[in-house]
Design a protein around this ligand. Structure first.
Ligand code: 6AU
Length: 258
């Protein structure tokens, strides 16, 4: 069996600056955990980010989930400072899915996502124009996107043929596509990072159709690279202790594969 490349080795084979940064951060901080900060306000998000920051490689946001009353975009720039100080990236989970022109406006105007998020999620359902729009909106900043190749929710409509189509678009745009949101390893190309949400220490069904796998199952058996954990952390009695537990489980599983 061929030796698995570690994150550090893969960073050297990666042209995209964000993918390279993420692989290097995971090596330096010994963490392949992304915290999905699906909390009620940007204030709470900032507080949590400072607490869990040392143990994560990135934080994932949904900027359009915060109530518009007393919404202040400047708080996201505070998060940018925390991210830079504590050496983690910001992943805005926009799931862009429209035609290029609309996605460009959503990315550049609206919440000015292009200015503060290192990378964003996108569906490839509308074709490669979505990526071309993000490339244009990025200008000369170091930016990337993750394509949603598979989903964790029960009854989702993603077929094997659709996933293969997403892989093909990613290969044709590998300068900007850093990897995939997926349920398992899909590509043997070392530059693509596989990132998996729907993760809890106890596997099973969540609310509203979410399906959970354990960090061990995701990293060791399904050979994904990174886990995304949301409610497993922010709903825990002690979010810091939960973060450390997820970090250790996911990184031990990664080390077992090497
Ligand atoms: O750990 P949870 O279930 O509390 O949160 C999972 C997070 C949520 C979802 O919007 C997101 O991961 N997600 C995604 C992403 C990252 O794109 C895709 C998917 O298939 N399932 C999923 O849960 O913020």
């Amino acid at each position: 069996q061929a030796k698995q490349l570690n994150f550090q080795e893969r960073a050297l084979l990666t042209a995209n600056p964000v993918a390279k940064k993420l692989l290097n951060i995971m090596t330096q901080k010994s963490t392949n955990l992304i915290f999905s900060a699906d909390v009620d306000s940007l204030d709470t998000l900032l507080d949590l980010a400072s607490i869990v920051g040392p143990h994560i490689c990135a934080i994932k946001t949904h900027i359009n989930t915060f109530a518009v009353e007393n919404f202040k975009l400047d708080l996201i720039y505070k998060l940018r400072n925390v991210a830079d100080e504590q050496n983690f990236l910001i992943l805005e989970d926009s799931k862009f899915a429209d035609i290029g022109n609309t996605v460009y406006k959503q990315y550049v105007d609206g919440y000015h996502i292009c200015e503060w998020a290192d990378f964003v999620t996108a569906h490839a359902v509308s074709g490669p124009g979505v990526i071309e729009a993000l490339v244009k909106g990025s200008g000369n900043r170091d930016r990337a996107c993750l394509l949603i190749a598979q989903m964790s929710s029960d009854g989702n409509l993603v077929s094997e043929a659709y996933t293969n189509g997403v892989l093909k678009i990613a290969e044709d745009h590998s300068g900007f596509v850093a990897g995939f949101i997926c349920r398992q390893k899909l590509s043997s190309k070392p530059n693509f990072i596989h990132i998996t949400p729907g993760v809890k220490l106890a596997a099973g069904m969540g609310t509203l159709g979410q399906q959970y796998l354990t960090p061990d199952e995701v990293i060791k058996n399904r050979q994904s690279d990174v886990v995304i954990v949301g409610s497993g952390i922010y709903q825990a009695e002690d979010p810091l202790a939960a973060t450390i537990a997820y970090k250790e489980a996911a990184f031990a599983a990664y080390n077992d594969l090497l």
